[in-house]
Ligand binder design. Sequence first.
Ligand code: MG
Length: 353
Amino acid sequence: MDLSQVRARLEANEERLSPFAARTTTSKGRKLPEEPSPLRTEYQRDRDRIVHTKAFRRLKHKTQVFIAPALDHYVTRLTHTIEVAQVARTIARALNLNEDLAEAAALGHDIGHGPFGHAGEEALAECLPEGFRHNYQSVRVLDRLERQGRGLNLTFEVLDAIEKSSKAREDIFAEGWGVPVTLEGQVVKVADAIAYVNHDILDAVRAGIIEERDLPAAAQRELGTSHSERLNALISDIVEASWAVTGTGRETSAPVITFSPRVAAVTNELREFMFQRVYLYDTTRQEAERGKKIVQFLFRHFVANPAGISADFSLATDPVERRAADFVSGMTDRYALRLARELGCADAQGWVT
Ligand code: MG
């Protein structure tokens, strides 16, 4: 039995995808060429590499919105990532796009997030002269830092989709950090927003910060009033409004992933509501400020004491600030908190997680 028949069959199946879908056979490939796997396409292989990293495992103890959650039902960076992958796969499959590429990029998109969610990101952005963005850090972790500085040698399309998965506050589809070159990358970008707006509503209700009935009237009217209704409405709208990407119409140039104008408007309104009422809410903000101070304390500590930086999470040839940022951003909330407490950081004392 020649196992490489399996990959040949999987690649032949990809020929049935939309003419606008990404195919492993036309991928721009990896920086270092590798022998193909007999059993998996290149994007399946990328997905597996991401899931087997230490950085992926650490997502389970990293904050999504509610810091170092003491309650078991809050979303963590890991459960958020799994929801994004699920939403992205549903949309990709419905539009006859490459589900494996969408899944690989979704699973890797937040791997560069530091401890304490966006507070950690803000903290490091203030420390590093070149700034700090989690999407660039996700690429850096996967491409440079994992496997003792050798990186995972992922395909161009997966890294591109991860780098461009971030969104500007004012509009989900604003260019922000660039438009992904593949439609699957565009799917991941929107799947991220669909997942977080919805699970953050649930968490904010759970935390007693908002009630379902506080949500903007237009969102309740257009998207429904429960978690499943909202998710279903958003995913269905994306599929319907982006139908041209299936290639079943007359388009000759690549169409885009989009919401209908009506749903785009209510989704942006809902997102803005979440910024004002949840993400920038006083209690969330006070916790965030505390998380930020802990991250900056640790950064300064390791710049002053570089011998403590793990060789596993930094590159010896980099400047000390970069090495400290790579090390600290890799930490989970609870590891950062414990370490800062041991090192005498005042903000880390008495914070139970
Ligand atoms: Mg995300």
